[in-house]
Write a protein that binds this ligand. Structure first.
Ligand code: BV8
Ligand code: ZN
Length: 260
């Protein structure tokens, strides 16, 4: 049985035996880097908005300046954040000689896995750092990198930049509710889950599809599923593989147990 700081023998044994690991991460993975999750309301400027109403193409078309300001404030927050011990532990887990492959399938739109040195990261829901034109789809490279730009942090309304090719509005490079997941990324995520012998599900409430279908898809083909989440979860295989722990505590402890 896991305690709140040590992994169960079952979890350590599954990780030790695993050769192909897939890690499905959600907002909880970045929580200890100071990035608010979706469900536990942050205290920031946007606490009173429901992400599900803002994270849609309709919201952007209805009020582009507000939606663009929301994403710019989130991008500003990510630019100032640093990867936490959980991100770094996943990179170390991937580097272990026994680990044949470790693919991170993330619902997050931040770049903290990459900044922690992760090599194989699949962004199911896009990224804050790949804006594109709402009309013609062309990539936009003009985002201001001035992390100190206070305006981006506090403004409640910011007019999105215009597309240099067609003068359309630039939108965040994320997947909104009601939009399809990037096909090639989704196919690759499914393929990696089909080949995995262990799926670690970290920091997700498992409510958003199609990402939320991956743990069941893994289980159906005999892949072990373990969950790391301080909240109780129904996504794991059950006893010994459902660890109620924060990512930045549990992942380093798991890594240490593997090296014992
Ligand atoms: C689509 C980017 C079809 C934007 C996001 C069935 C099948 C298919 C679709 C649907 C379906 N049923 C409903 C749908 C529609 C919808 C959906 O799933 N709705 C839900 C609400 C029911 N799905 C979609 O619209 C998807 N598109 O399928 O379209 C289609 C197909 C073809 C063509 C056209 C259309 C697209 C969904 C993507 C939406 N975009 N993000 C942005 O970021 O602004 S979703 C966004 O919310 C995140 O990416 C993430 O996926 C989700 C939030 O979930 P979590 O990451 O889990 O975060 P949450 O806050 O909920 O939970 C945090 C967890 O961490 C908690 O459990 C907490 O306990 C834990 N935690 C906290 N601290 C820590 C911690 N854990 C560890 N350590 C800690 N320290
Ligand atoms: Zn354009």
């Amino acid at each position: 049985m896991s305690t709140h700081t040590t992994p169960s023998e079952t979890l350590v044994a599954r990780c030790r035996a695993a050769r192909r690991i897939v890690v499905l991460t959600g907002a909880g993975m970045s929580a200890e880097s100071g990035i608010p999750t979706f469900r536990d309301r942050g205290t920031g400027l946007w606490a009173r908005f429901d992400p599900q109403t803002l994270a849609t193409a309709e919201a952007f078309q209805r009020d582009p300046d507000m939606v663009w300001a929301w994403y710019e404030s989130r991008r500003h927050g990510v630019s100032r954040a640093v990867p936490n011990a959980g991100h770094l532990a996943l990179t170390a887990l991937a580097a272990r000689p026994q680990t044949k492959s470790l693919t991170i399938v993330t619902q997050n739109v931040d770049d903290l896995h990459e900044r922690a040195g992760a090599q194989a990261v699949l962004h199911l829901h896009g990224s804050l750092f790949s804006p594109r034109c709402f009309d013609c789809g062309c990539e936009f490279k003009g985002l201001s990198e001035a992390a100190s730009d206070e305006n981006r942090q506090t403004a409640m309304r910011l007019p999105p930049p215009r597309c240099p090719a067609c003068d359309g509005l630039i939108r965040p490079g994320v997947v909104w509710f009601g939009e399809g997941l990037p096909k090639a990324v989704w196919r690759e995520a499914q393929r990696e889950v089909e080949r995995a012998d262990l799926l670690l599900v970290i920091g997700t409430s498992g409510l958003v599809y199609s990402a939320a279908s991956l743990p069941d898809a893994a289980r159906r083909r005999g892949c072990h599923v373990a969950v790391l989440n301080p909240d109780a979860s129904t996504l794991s295989d059950g006893v010994g593989l459902d660890w109620q722990v924060r990512a930045a505590v549990g992942l380093p402890a798991l890594l240490a147990a593997l090296d014992d």
